[in-house]
Design a protein around this ligand. Structure first.
Ligand SMILES: [Zn+2]
Length: 79
């Protein structure tokens, strides 16, 4: 389930149940809402995020599980 409060997106990883957050800028949040509404591929809606950050928004998977599943790289924005 996705929770949004004060520009912070919070989701629970469906694999390990770890809770991960990302704080978006106002522009990114607007783009994210556009994406959720079917506005297009996430990489086009949110080009300022990297692969790990975008995958988190799509699936909720935490950094550790993404590392195991996709080797998606590092992030400084997920916490
Ligand atoms: Zn996980």
């Amino acid at each position: 389930m996705i929770e949004i409060e004060d520009n912070v997106i919070k989701q629970e990883c469906g694999i390990c149940n770890h809770i991960t957050h990302i704080k978006l800028t106002d522009d990114e949040l607007e783009a994210y809402r556009w994406y959720l509404a079917g506005g297009g591929p996430i990489q086009e809606c949110l080009p300022t995020l990297n692969r790990v950050e975008r995958e988190f928004l799509k699936s909720g998977y935490c950094v550790k599980c993404q590392k195991l599943l996709f080797d998606n790289g590092e992030t400084k924005r997920l916490y």
